[in-house]
Ligand binder design. Structure first.
Ligand code: HEC
Ligand code: HEC
Length: 239
C-alpha cells in the first residue's frame, strides 16, 4: 500500500514535470516568434535606409545599413529551408555595401527587396503595408510632384517586399502620371531625360509581372531619382 502511494506520487510528479517542461518550451518558441518578428522589422529599417541613401544620391549613407544586412545573423529557430533566401539577401547586400556607384547600389537594393518578397511568398507570409494609403493630391508644383514620385516609389517598394501586385500597379500608374515642365527644375537636359525615362518606366512597369523583371525596373528607376537629385541639387533632405 505504501509502495503504491509512492508509485502514484512518482507518476504524478513525472506528469507535473512534463507539463512544466511543455509550458517552458511553448513560451520559448513564442519568444522565438517574437524575436523573429522584431528581426524582420530590423530588416525593413535597414533595407529602407539603403534605398533612402540611393534616392538622395548619397552612396556613403547607403553603405552602413547594407553592411549590416550583409553581416547580421538570423535569430535562432529559423527553419533550414529558409537559409538560401538569407544567403541571397546577404549576397545582394554585400554588392550594395561595396557598390562603386549609385546605379550599382540601386540595382542591388532592388534585388534585396525582391529576395525579401520571395521568402515571404515561400513561407506563405504577406507583409501587410498600408497599400491603400491615399496619394498626395495632384497640385502642380515641384514639391507636390516630388511627393507623388515618392509615393510611387514607396508603393513599388512595398510591392517587391510584400509581395503585392496591387501595390505594384498603383505605384507604376502614379509614376506614369507625375508631370513636371522643364522650367520647374531649371531646364537641365539630364534632368529632363530623367523625367522622361521615369514616365516611360511607369508605363512599362505596369505591364511587368515577374519578380526579377520588376526588381530590374525598380533598380533603374531609383538610379533616375538619384541622378536628377545629383544634377539639380534637389532631393529629400534627411529622408
Ligand atoms: C528567410 C525568409 C525571409 C526573408 C529572407 C525575409 N523575411 Fe520577412 N518575414 C518572414 C516570415 C516567415 C515572416 C512572418 C513572421 C511572423 O510574424 O511570424 C516575415 C515577416 C516580416 C515582416 C512583418 C513582421 C510582423 O510585424 O509580423 C516584415 C516587415 C518583414 N518580414 C520584412 C522583411 C524585409 C524588409 C526583408 C528583406 C530585407 C525580409 N523580411 C526578408 C520571412 C523572411
Ligand atoms: C527632374 C529631376 C528630378 C527627378 C527625376 C526626381 N527629382 Fe526629386 N527632387 C528634385 C528637385 C529639384 C527637388 C527639390 C524640390 C524642392 O526643393 O521643393 C526634389 C525633391 C525631392 C523630394 C523632397 C520633397 C519635399 O517634400 O521637400 C523627394 C522626397 C524627392 N525629390 C523624391 C524623388 C523620387 C523618389 C524620385 C524618383 C522617382 C525623384 N525625386 C526624381 C528633382 C528631381
Amino acid at each position: 500500500m505504501v509502495l503504491n502511494t509512492r508509485l502514484v506520487f512518482t507518476i504524478l510528479l513525472a506528469v507535473l514535470i512534463g507539463i512544466v517542461l511543455l509550458f517552458i518550451a511553448d513560451v520559448a518558441s513564442q519568444d522565438e516568434v517574437m524575436t523573429f518578428r522584431e528581426h524582420m522589422h530590423g530588416h525593413l529599417d535597414e533595407v529602407s535606409a539603403v534605398k533612402a541613401g540611393v534616392v538622395a544620391g548619397d552612396l556613403d549613407a547607403a553603405r552602413r545599413p547594407a553592411t549590416w544586412l550583409a553581416e547580421h545573423e538570423e535569430p535562432p529557430g529559423m527553419p533550414e529551408a529558409w537559409a538560401p533566401y538569407v544567403e541571397e539577401l546577404r549576397r545582394h547586400a554585400r554588392v550594395a555595401a561595396d557598390a562603386a556607384d549609385l546605379e550599382m547600389a540601386a540595382v542591388a537594393v532592388s534585388e534585396i527587396a525582391r529576395t525579401c518578397g520571395e521568402c515571404h511568398r515561400a513561407t506563405g507570409f504577406d507583409v501587410a503595408f498600408g497599400y491603400d494609403q491615399r496619394p498626395p493630391v495632384d497640385v502642380q508644383n515641384l514639391t507636390t510632384q516630388m511627393q507623388r514620385h515618392l509615393w510611387a516609389a514607396d508603393r513599388m517598394w512595398d510591392a517587391l517586399i510584400g509581395p503585392s501586385d496591387n501595390a505594384w500597379r498603383w505605384g507604376t500608374e502614379m509614376l506614369a502620371e507625375v508631370k513636371l515642365s522643364p522650367e520647374q527644375f531649371g531646364g537641365d537636359t539630364k534632368a529632363q531625360a530623367a523625367m522622361e525615362r521615369l514616365s516611360e518606366l511607369g508605363r512599362q512597369g505596369s505591364l511587368v509581372t515577374s519578380g526579377p523583371a520588376r526588381a530590374g525596373l525598380y533598380g533603374e528607376f531609383l538610379a533616375q531619382c538619384a541622378a536628377c537629385h545629383g544634377v539639380t541639387g534637389g532631393g529629400p533632405g534627411n529622408y
